[in-house]
Ligand binder design. Structure first.
Ligand SMILES: NC(=O)c1ccc[n+]([C@@H]2O[C@H](COP(=O)([O-])OP(=O)(O)OC[C@H]3O[C@@H](n4cnc5c(N)ncnc54)[C@H](O)[C@@H]3O)[C@@H](O)[C@H]2O)c1
Length: 198
């Protein structure tokens, strides 16, 4: 958190209107341009992270930038003018070609890597008959459905070095501090996170 704020100050040394140096206030909560009094506040970008389920399986994805073997939930930045629900539906359609049936909020987290984001975690369901993936390979390296048992096993042994030794688990999940981990754990532990359509 402190590092994220320091990085923001470092990147906002000059006023974008006057080009003059900006000044940090005493608490570090903003910067002001002395020549025109424009105030700059630290920015936080909203990002939705969604665990998609078809009722019995969940969808995990990987990007080529992820550490080797790691799979996670689907994340994406909110575009200007979008509601969180619209972002979730758009990202899932764009990245894996699925249509969201139901959606509910789980939790949120400030994530400072590499810049400040507010992660908004949700569970989404798709209809059981509509689970065929069309993976957007410009965004993702892979995406696949995993059963509750498979994910529960990986969560129990979620340490990449353990897995290299045992070779028993084919992938691993984000660490506990990441909201992606909490979202996946919640789905494994609470079957109500993925209600089937009535
Ligand atoms: N805490 C967690 O559990 C967790 C899990 C997954 C992702 N994340 C974070 O969520 C963020 C987004 O994840 P991702 O996988 O989409 O990331 P990404 O870094 O792959 O970004 C995807 C694309 O979004 C665009 N982008 C970058 N910054 C943007 C901004 N401020 N506004 C709009 N678009 C922007 C860029 O074109 C980028 O290529 C990253 O910062 C990532 O670290 C956190």
């Amino acid at each position: 958190m402190a590092q994220a704020l320091l990085r923001w100050h470092d990147a906002h040394q000059f006023c974008s209107r006057s080009g003059q140096p900006t000044k940090k206030n005493v608490s570090g909560s903003k910067r002001v341009c002395p020549s025109n009094n424009i105030i700059y506040y630290p920015q936080v970008a909203p990002v939705v992270i969604t665990l998609v389920s078809d009722g019995t399986r969940c969808l995990l994805v990987r990007q080529s930038s992820f550490p080797k073997g790691m799979y996670s939930a689907l994340a994406g930045f909110c575009d200007i003018g979008e509601s969180l629900e619209e972002t979730v539906r758009r990202e899932i359609a764009e990245e894996v070609g699925l249509e969201v049936d139901r959606l509910h909020y789980s939790a949120s987290q400030h994530w400072p890597f590499p810049n400040s984001t507010l992660m908004i975690a949700c569970h989404a369901t798709v209809k059981p008959g509509q689970t065929e993936l069309q993976v957007n390979l410009r965004e993702l390296e892979a995406a696949a459905w995993f059963s509750r048992d498979e994910v529960a096993t990986v969560l129990r042994r979620n340490n990449p070095s353990n897995q290299q030794q045992s070779g028993a688990v084919p992938f691993w999940l984000p660490p506990k501090l990441a909201i992606a981990h909490q979202l996946i754990k919640e789905w494994v532990e609470k079957p109500t996170c993925s209600p089937l359509p009535a």
